[in-house]
Write a protein that binds this ligand. Sequence first.
Ligand SMILES: CC(C)(COP(=O)(O)OP(=O)(O)OC[C@H]1O[C@@H](n2cnc3c(N)ncnc32)[C@H](O)[C@@H]1OP(=O)(O)O)[C@@H](O)C(=O)NCCC(=O)NCCS
Length: 343
Amino acid sequence: MAKIKPSKGAPYARILGVGGYRPTRVVPNEVILEKIDSSDEWIRSRSGIETRHWAGPEETVAAMAIEASGKAIADAGIDAEQVGAVVVSTVSHFAQTPAVATEIADKLGTKKAAAFDISAGCAGFGYGLTLAKGIVVEGSAEYVLVIGVERLSDLTDREDRATAFLFGDGAGAVVVGPAQEPAIGPTVWGSEGDKSETIKQTVSWDRFRIGDVADLPLDSAGNVKFPAITQEGQAVFRWAVFEMAKVAQQALDAAGITADDLDVFIPHQANVRIIDSMVKTLKLPEHVTVARDIRTTGNTSAASIPLAMERLLATGEAKSGDTALVIGFGAGLAYAATVVTLP
Ligand SMILES: CC(C)(COP(=O)(O)OP(=O)(O)OC[C@H]1O[C@@H](n2cnc3c(N)ncnc32)[C@H](O)[C@@H]1OP(=O)(O)O)[C@@H](O)C(=O)NCCC(=O)NCCS
């Protein structure tokens, strides 16, 4: 048997830079109310959302990701040529193949970086971060770009009052690279496929294409509605509140710290009431800064955590070197939580 050389990576990995892109169009609740029977007061009090961003034709998944990534690369103080792998988490890139990551890697000016997409819904950023850490420590790339990007406005049924107000568009990116001490803790992750019916696409692409759509919602012209994300709001809400607080605590335990050691809490931005409930269950002390980016960004799925991280650092609410707990959860029902040192 031939002897195979072991790969040589960094002792540890850390987030070195972060960047975000929010589409220029800001959409207030009044616009949502044109299509559903609701009120600004109801949307604000039940979800926390006041405005969200919707992408225009030029703000494609690739274009938004490239903007966010350029900022993350600059923030990390490296050149695009040093990026050895690009991991993109998205559910709203409408071409099955090739992976949008390959276009992003090329347009950013990487040197033929490895590039691939993953689909893990709102847990996608945590999944990407876990892969990136593994790649850096294993040594297949020195710097890995992790991108969460969504155009959920394309997958929103504007007449569905259970979801029309929730989703937004945007991109967030981080650069993960070598570190001399641990700066990304163990990931606590998993999925509960037995509950996957609670968040799903209304109709699969193949059924939509062949018109096997007898039981599907129609638009006012009698045509089958374009596929959209649908959810059982209350079931997802309960699951998030009860199960995800446990997972968040497990991530703290796995990192060997307590809530008192935390500076920042960046949960997936799904609903401000879910965030507030987790803060209570985890008994986060007053000094912990909590991301509530949902107010002006809505739920941007895989992009929500890096976007919230970028904003907290940009506004000075969080600072470089702070210890943050991040947790993503959603379709799947997949989840991932970890403790990180902020770039
Ligand atoms: C969607 C969500 C905001 C709805 O809030 P909720 O408090 O659960 O609302 P409910 O579905 O229980 O509905 C409560 C009432 O409001 C009404 N309602 C529902 N949607 C409404 C709307 N858009 N406007 C006004 N009223 C509405 C319902 O008909 C119901 O009325 P009733 O009490 O007379 O029957 C909430 O369930 C949620 O955020 N769920 C989790 C979302 C999430 O995390 N998704 C993750 C995806 S990644």
